[in-house]
Design a protein around this ligand. Structure first.
Ligand SMILES: Cc1ncc(COP(=O)(O)O)c(C=O)c1O
Length: 393
C-alpha cells in the first residue's frame, strides 16, 4: 500500500520535534515547546461559546458579523478599507486560510518567496499547491533582512511572497524600513504578498504592528491571514480569516467550502464577543506576555544561553547555544529533557536553507502560566555548575 501514497505524502516526515515530544511526555517534562497557552482562555469568550452551544448553533454556518467586525479592526489598526461582503473569507484558523490562499493563487511551478527561518506549515502548503518555496535567509543575531538576497530570490516565476510578522520562531517584528523594501519589490515584480499576522496583538516595547497591506499600493496585492488563536488563547477553536481583494477572497472562500465547508459554528459565534473585546484586553495581553518574556529571557541568559536578540513580538525566544558548547540543538534539547525535565524545540526544523548555524538555536515558548515558567526556572537552576551555567553547556 505504501507505494500508492502520493509523493507529497511521502515527503511529509515526522520532525525530530515529534520524537522529542514523546520523550518529554515520558519524562513528564515542563513544556516550553508548544506554541499554545497552558492557561485558561478569557472567561467572557468562553461564556459566549457555551451560550452558542446551548443556543443550538450546531450547523454549517457563516457568521457575517465576524466580517463586519474585521472591517472595523482593519480600519482602526491599519487605515484599510475592506468590504465585509466581498473581501473576507472565514476559515478554520490561519492555517486553513493560508493553505486556501495558496490553492487560490498557485499554479504548478509558481515560486513563492519565504524568509528563513520560518514557521513550518508555509512550505508544505506551497508544495501541496504545486508551488516551489524559495527561501531567503534572515541574518542572525538580529534576523536582518538582506535586500540583495531578497532581490536575487525573484525570478520570472515568482508569484508570491510570504511575510510573517511578528515572527515565529525569532520574535522579530519587521520594521518600516524592511517593509518598504519588501513592498517595493512586490510592486515592481508584480508579486502577491501573503501575510501571517497571528501575533498582531502580541508585540512589546511599544513597537507598532504594521501590516504590509497598509503600505502604498499594497492592499490590492496583499492577502492578510490571521485568527483568534493567539490573541484570545483559543488555538483549538479553529477560527481564522483571509482578507484580500474580492476576486482572491472569493477564490479562497471557494477552496475553503470544498475543503472544510465552514469554521466551527459555536466558535464563530464566540468570535463576535472576542472581536468586541475592550482596548484594556489587548493592553493586558501585551503586558502579561511582556513580563513572561522578561522572566524567561533573564533565566535563559543566566543559565548560559545566548539571547542577543530580544524578541519584540510573538511568544518565543530563539536562544543560541554558545560556541563553546559542541552539542547540536537536538542533543541539547535531549539533555534538557532528560537532565533538567524541561522541553523546548530544536531550531533546525525552522531552517530550510544551508544556514551555517541551523542547528545552534533552541526555541522556548513563554505562552505559559507563571507557575509553569517558575517550575522550568527551578528545574534549570538545579542543573547549573559553580559558574551558574547549565552543566552541559
Ligand atoms: C506564525 C504562526 N502562524 C500560524 C499559526 C497557526 O495559527 P492557527 O491556529 O490560526 O491556525 C501559528 C501557530 O503556532 C504560528 O506560529
Amino acid at each position: 500500500m505504501e507505494e500508492k501514497l502520493s509523493s507529497i505524502a511521502k515527503s511529509l516526515k515526522p520532525s525530530p520535534i515529534q520524537q522529542l515530544s514523546i520523550l518529554a511526555e515520558r519524562s513528564n517534562a515542563v513544556n516550553l515547546a508548544e506554541g499554545f497557552p497552558d492557561f485558561p482562555a478569557p472567561s467572557h469568550i468562553k461564556a459566549a461559546a457555551v451560550s452558542a452551544i446551548t443556543s443550538d448553533f450546531n450547523q454549517y454556518r457563516h457568521v457575517q458579523g465576524i466580517c463586519n467586525l474585521l472591517v472595523d479592526k482593519m480600519k482602526q489598526m491599519h487605515g484599510l478599507d475592506v468590504d465585509p461582503l466581498t473581501d473576507i473569507a472565514i476559515c478554520c484558523g490561519q492555517t486553513e486560510a493560508f493553505a486556501a490562499a495558496m490553492f487560490a493563487i498557485i499554479n504548478p511551478g509558481d515560486e513563492v518567496i519565504l524568509f528563513d527561518p520560518s514557521f513550518e506549515t508555509y512550505g508544505t502548503c506551497i508544495l501541496m499547491a504545486g508551488g516551489v518555496p524559495v527561501y531567503v535567509a534572515l541574518d542572525p543575531p538580529y534576523w536582518t533582512l538582506d535586500e540583495v538576497k531578497l532581490l536575487e530570490a525573484f525570478t520570472t516565476k515568482t508569484k508570491a511572497l510570504v511575510l510573517n510578522s511578528p515572527h515565529n520562531p525569532t520574535g522579530k517584528v519587521f520594521d518600516m524600513n524592511e517593509l518598504e523594501i519588501i513592498a517595493e519589490y512586490c510592486r515592481t515584480k508584480d508579486c502577491i504578498a501573503v501575510t501571517d499576522e497571528v501575533y498582531e496583538h502580541i508585540i512589546y516595547d511599544n513597537v507598532p504592528h504594521i501590516s504590509l497591506a497598509s503600505l502604498p499600493g499594497m492592499q490590492k496585492r496583499t492577502i492578510i491571514t490571521s485568527s483568534l488563536s493567539k490573541t484570545y488563547s483559543v488555538t483549538g477553536w479553529r477560527v481564522g480569516w483571509a482578507i484580500g481583494p474580492s476576486c482572491v477572497a472569493s477564490a479562497i472562500r471557494n477552496v475553503h467550502i470544498k475543503v472544510t465547508d465552514s469554521a466551527p459554528a459555536p466558535f464563530q459565534e464566540a468570535a463576535l464577543t472576542a472581536l468586541r473585546s475592550p482596548p484594556e484586553y489587548y493592553i493586558s495581553l501585551k503586558t502579561d506576555y511582556e513580563s513572561k518574556r522578561d522572566f524567561l529571557l533573564k533565566l535563559l541568559r543566566k543559565v548560559g544561553l545566548q539571547v542577543e536578540f530580544k524578541p519584540l513580538g510573538s511568544f518565543f525566544i530563539f536562544a543560541a547555544i554558545p560556541e563553546t558548547c559542541k552539542l547540536t540543538d537536538v542533543e541539547f534539547v535531549e539533555k534538557l529533557i532528560k537532565q533538567a525535565g524541561v522541553v523546548a524545540v530544536p531550531g533546525c526544523g525552522f531552517f530550510h536553507t544551508e544556514h551555517d548555524r541551523h542547528n545552534r538555536f533552541i526555541r522556548f515558548a513563554f505562552c505559559k502560566d507563571d507557575a509553569t515558567l517558575t517550575s522550568a526556572a527551578h528545574k534549570m537552576q538545579q542543573l547549573v555548575d559553580a559558574s551558574g551555567r547549565l552543566r552541559f553547556l
